[in-house]
Design a protein around this ligand. Sequence first.
Ligand code: PXL
Length: 277
Amino acid sequence: MKRILTIQDISCFGKCSTTITLPVISAMGVETVILPTAVLSTHTMFKNFTVKDLTDQLLPIAEHWQSEGVEFDAIYAGYLGSAEEIDIAKKIFRMFRKEGTLVFIDPVMGDNGRLYARFGEEYVKLNRELCAEADVIVPNITEACFMTGNEYKETYDEAYIDGLLDGLARLGAKKAVITGVSLSPGKTGVRGLDSADGRRFTYQNDRVPASFHGTGDLFASVAVGAFVQGISLEDAFRVAADYTALTIEATLKEDRDPRFGVTFEKTIPDLIRMLGH
Ligand code: PXL
């Protein structure tokens, strides 16, 4: 069985990050080891959330694993709460990266042209350096713009996305896949670039007109959970895009506050079916 280490926060209410990654990747038949960067009462789209930072715990936990000879097939870093945690994530990559270990980074920083609460320019700069160490990075358009210094646009074409991908490749990531890319009306999906051979790929499905919190984490979790099992990168992202769209549709039927996240619990059987397990 494959084993993934995921480094991101636990937001106790309002499903995202670890509370999505752990159940979803486990359900995909991959052992999921968590390294919580912080415990929050909710994610940061709620007002008055509490945060208990766990920065000082990360290296002692990792060192304990190392002394026990624990190994990982992939390391998936998502929301990291501070500049210091980015630095520690880099150290953890070095501790556990062997030949063939997949380093997959979702540089969670912002959306809709803006950075999330708690983040600024310094954080962006460090994320840029972290992503240089990755095999696969999956920023959204906002994050790709902050990392490459390009202007954020609501309306764009394929050439604009390709410019962002080229910028990401120059930062050093081996494969960059931009999420939330809409290349024609009513569609959304991804466009990626493999810098080893310059190949680009696009996957678009129907856009579900709704925005729920945590869908980026759902998407990234499925993509890394599939890719680590030997599914091709394009197929992993196709399944991730289709499953995320299907889950948003299922969530819409429940009339929920978008901050409460998606009802992936009900669509897990569809994910298993899509993977052909
Ligand atoms: O879904 C990304 C995410 C993860 N963790 C926390 C967040 C966010 C996005 O807002 O606030 C704490």
